[in-house]
Design a protein around this ligand. Structure first.
Ligand code: XMP
Length: 527
């Protein structure tokens, strides 16, 4: 199927009032097949109008409309005459700004709630989880708010109510303005997807063009237009993003792509060989593998400070990448795996906080003096979309759904000084852990799992003798955003099986421990 129009034509704008769920709203809308972008609530009105949205969603936010200089919607947005859906704070600011009232009853509501639907609005008509004996439609929803709407603005009618939020939803259908106190974007609101689907498809009239097949077609066409018959180089790491960029570019421009894969010796078990097998052997991508293990080990010798290790690994990567890239002086383009969350200006971004967090995690950057034009085919995509595009391009499921792996690799999973002996032991132990997670169908239930090497010797007994060998820690977490995380409650039998395998099969490891620290206060990595 090829579209005869641009797949971005039917689009929704999300104005971010600072909610932790804003990106989730965007992902849900995209899952419904509709392109959307996130702008901060105070974005220039011209920019908002210029985006030509078919509908606007106002996110929730941490502020109270009752306090100080609360963020407000630029009411010129109403002149665009497109449907508006305000969620939580978004609904409260609509209520307040359009002539209604918001109040604080001194009690927050957080968690499940049941709301009763009223009035058969276009947004909620026939969407319900249960029907009461009296015939009222009821929804199971997720609430998270302090304030609530006390009085609706003129022209609005009640759309739904709950015990603690008598006005849990309101609508002015003549202007197609809707407000919901609960969060349709979180999965705990069981019919949330249906409600958002009703808004974007039926009320805003958006088609479902935003699907992996169309994204691939569109990206291939755009890449060909941008690159022409030029040459592109790409740093391939084996991670999801650079892998999908490689597959996409290969489809678009074939041999005009050269991938540079720096094997720093700090990769996971057989990872380097797998990258070569998938891309070079299987797909026919031009990949130059640089075996730089010794250079990295030499540079790290005697270094124990985690931040210094990170710097050394990051800088050496750039140095080696540049050395190789220089040999390809016909290349005019440098491809990168930047994704949408890296480019979103969130409502808090003006404080610079978002930027600070990111720089910490970025390994390598664009060598400026090389004068290469950037190619960033994933700039519009969320991670889950990158994965689906990867599958569409034929990448193996296990590669596309791989847990994140830090740029400095095992360099920050070997505590203190990095040595080859440690890296080899760690790779074997980690391989057993990951292999068993897949076999027990636990891999995709955890967000990140890995093994950490502790360079201390602990006592053990084998047969008649005592032995003093190293310790490894297993780490597995569940998280949505990696900013907070819960340690994964893996079954005892499973942990028992993994620890036995590691101690029996690997000569040099005498003890296995499981990390039961949440983030915060612990971090996910040990360094
Ligand atoms: P922490 O340890 O900060 O990890 O809780 C959060 C997420 O970031 C990853 N991480 C890194 N990624 N370079 C990276 O590319 C780094 O230096 C780095 N440190 C941590 C970590 O694996 C987790 O997914």
């Amino acid at each position: 199927m090829s579209l005869d129009h641009d797949l971005h034509d039917d689009r929704i704008l999300i104005l971010d009032f600072g909610s932790q769920y804003t990106q989730l709203i965007a992902r849900r809308v995209r899952e419904l097949g509709v392109y959307c972008e996130i702008y901060p609530w105070d974005a220039d009105f011209d920019r908002i109008a210029g985006f030509l949205p078919k509908g606007i969603i106002l996110s929730g936010g941490p502020e109270s409309t009752l306090e100080g200089e609360a963020p407000e919607l630029d009411l010129r947005v109403l002149d665009l005459e497109v449907p508006i859906l305000g969620i939580c704070y978004g609904m409260q600011t609509l209520a307040k700004q359009l002539g209604g009232k918001v109040e604080n009853v001194g009690k927050s509501e957080f968690g499940y709630a049941m709301v009763r639907c009223h009035g058969h609005t276009d947004l909620l008509r026939d969407i319900q989880d249960h029907v009461t004996a009296e015939g009222h439609g009821m929804l199971d929803v997720w609430m998270s708010h302090g304030d609530r709407v006390a009085e609706m603005p003129p022209g609005f009618k009640l759309m739904c109510s709950s015990d603690s939020a008598p006005i849990a939803g309101m609508a002015d259908e003549s202007r197609r303005i809707y407000g919901l106190q609960f969060h349709p974007e979180v999965t705990h609101t069981r019919k949330g997807g249906e409600i958002l689907g009703r808004f974007v498809h039926e009320i805003c009239g958006c088609a479902s063009d935003w699907v992996p097949e169309n994204i691939v077609d569109y990206s291939v066409q755009k890449l060909r237009e941008q690159i022409g018959d030029g040459h592109v180089i790409l740093g391939l790491s084996g991670g999801v993003d650079s892998s999908v960029v490689a597959a996409l570019l290969h489809r678009a421009i074939g041999d005009q792509l050269t991938c540079i894969f720096v094997d720093n010796g700090l990769l996971r078990y057989r990872e380097g060989d797998q990258v070569m097998a998938t891309f070079a052997e299987h797909m026919g991508v031009k990949v130059i593998r640089i075996d730089a293990e010794q250079r990295f080990l030499d540079a790290l010798e005697g270094v124990t400070d985690p931040e210094r290790k990170r710097k050394i690994i990051g800088n050496l990567f750039i140095e080696i990448f540049e050395e190789e890239a220089k040999k390809h002086n016909d290349a005019a383009f440098l491809a990168q795996g930047t994704i949408y969350p890296d480019v979103i200006e969130s409502a808090g971004a003006s404080t610079g906080k978002a930027h600070l967090i990111k720089s910490h995690h970025n390994v390598g950057g664009l060598p400026e003096h090389m004068k290469l034009e950037l190619v960033e085919p994933l700039r519009e995509l969320f991670k889950d979309e990158v994965r689906r595009v990867g599958l569409e391009l034929g990448l193996p499921h296990e590669m596309v759904y791989r847990h994140p792996f830090p740029g400095p690799g095992l360099g920050v999973r070997i505590l203190g000084e990095v040595k080859k002996e440690y890296a080899d032991l760690l790779r074997l132990a980690d391989h057993i852990f990951i292999d068993e997670l897949w076999k027990h169908e636990l891999y995709e239930k955890t967000s990140q799992a890995f093994t950490v090497f502790l360079p201390v010797k602990s006592v053990g007994v084998t047969g008649d003798g005592r032995r003093y060998d190293y310790v490894v820690a297993l780490r597995a977490v569940e998280t949505i955003d990696f900013m907070t995380a819960r340690w994964a409650h893996l079954p005892y039998e499973f942990l028992d099986h993994v620890s036995r395998r590691i101690m029996n099969e690997i000569d040099g490891i005498a003890r296995v421990v499981y990390d039961i620290s949440g983030k915060p206060p612990a971090t996910i990595e040990w360094e």
